[in-house]
Design a binder for this molecule. Structure first.
Ligand code: ADP
Length: 384
């Protein structure tokens, strides 16, 4: 077994955004030498790593050469050059999650097919190669509206996902490969972050509830513990563990789900990395998702996922109508309130709905935490 603490061991991370930055708090805690590759010279993860390399994560040479400098490689973003990772893996480098899993996940049509093939409950869907075929299936009423169209690749944070309710919405269907999906009339959107190590041991965090921004199709609040029944909580956690097993994943997997009125839980999509829905674990749980990711990929014992205290996370995104050098307003009064934890990612430039930071409110009472989180959203503004 490797020695990781204060040793020559080098961990490589592809991506130095906010997820990388929060992972680096944990590598700092354990004094694990960490190298980061990111295209931006001023990436949020730049300051906390031991060695920073600037390079394009989609470029074969940049990723391959970076991989040659480290003993184990992980990611904080899925959009990376897979061919370089496959070559590095062939040459004996340990990579978590494996490029095989990244390949399954990068394309939403491949990901959906994987659920179907592995008997993982998910909404019905059909794959189309272009806009004309997609629109024909809707016109023929094989897929009557409302229906959801998703781009196979290139989408993120709700972009590349179009809910088609009427003729006008159909203009937003891209002329590219994608899928049509049954519109699920869900009660709630849930997420479970699960860790799995090389031995195949899994440990899931308690299920969280997500509240979405009404127009931006982006998560606004993440709430734990969820108000659903104990049975449903267990069902959601079991399902997340089943998905992690099916992928034979090593590391963290975030599983986004829909809960229907009938108590059915469907997998919407997954991310094989730390995730926005797990940020509140930093303050609310015995082990954070970032520490758990390290434990999983380094084959260390997985930590307790129990909740210490209720938490509600609010994303701080760029206010509509402002682009440019960021200014944060209104946070000083909020810092006087108990349990308000502000995270600023360190991105210099704001754009409408860009994730710039988040706030986790902890409280003994989840309802009180949600109330304060609402206040946070109203008071803090991210402008230019
Ligand atoms: P992204 O990768 O952009 O996050 P998602 O697949 O998570 O895309 O979709 C974004 C949001 O769109 C979901 O969180 C949900 O609110 C809505 N959505 C996606 N698929 C469906 C569906 N089949 N039925 C109803 N709503 C959906």
């Amino acid at each position: 077994m490797n020695d990781y603490f204060s040793s020559d061991f080098k961990l490589g991370v592809l991506g130095g955004g906010q997820l990388g930055k929060m992972l680096l708090s944990e590598t700092r805690k354990y004094d694990i030498h960490t190298c980061v590759l990111d295209p931006a010279a001023d990436a949020p993860g730049r300051l906390a790593c031991n060695e920073f390399f600037q390079g394009d994560l989609k470029d074969f040479d940049a990723v391959y050469n970076f991989g040659k400098k480290v003993d184990l490689l992980t990611i904080e973003i899925e959009a990376v050059n897979i061919e370089a990772l496959e070559k590095l893996e062939e040459e004996g480098l340990e990579i978590h999650p494996s490029p095989r899993i990244l390949k399954l996940i990068q394309d939403k049509t491949v990901q959906k097919q994987f659920y179907k093939d592995n008997n993982i409950p998910t909404s019905d869907f059909e794959i189309f190669n272009n806009k004309a075929d997609t629109l024909l299936a809707i016109a023929n009423r094989d897929w009557p509206m409302p229906v959801v169209w998703k781009a196979a690749t290139g989408g993120y944070d709700g972009f590349g996902v179009n809910i088609c309710r009427n003729q006008e919405d159909l203009q937003n269907v891209g002329d590219q490969k994608g899928l049509l999906e049954e519109m699920v009339p869900f009660e709630k959107e849930l997420a479970v972050v699960v860790a799995r190590n090389k031995k195949g041991e899994t440990r899931s965090f308690p299920v969280v509830e997500m509240e979405f921004h009404p127009t931006a199709n982006q998560v606004e609040f993440v709430i734990a513990p969820s108000s659903i029944s104990e049975d449903l909580k267990e069902k959601a956690q079991k399902l997340a563990e089943q998905v992690a097993d099916a992928f034979e994943l090593c590391g963290i997997l975030a599983v986004e789900m829909f809960l229907t009125k009938e108590g059915e839980i469907l997998v919407n999509e997954v991310a094989p990395r730390t995730h926005n829905s797990g940020h509140l674990t930093i303050e609310s749980n015995y082990t954070s998702q970032f520490e758990q990711h390290l434990r999983a990929i380094l084959n260390l014992p997985l930590g307790s996922t129990d909740i210490k205290t209720a938490g509600v996370m609010a994303n701080l995104v760029g206010t509509e109508g402002f682009t440019g050098n960021v200014i944060y307003e209104g946070y000083q009064d909020l810092m006087a309130l108990d349990g308000v934890n502000i995270h600023i990612y360190g991105k210099k430039e704001t754009r409408p709905f860009r994730k710039m930071g988040h706030v986790t409110v902890i409280n003994k009472d989840v309802k009180e935490a949600r109330k304060i989180a609402g206040l946070v959203k109203d008071k803090i503004s991210v402008k230019a």
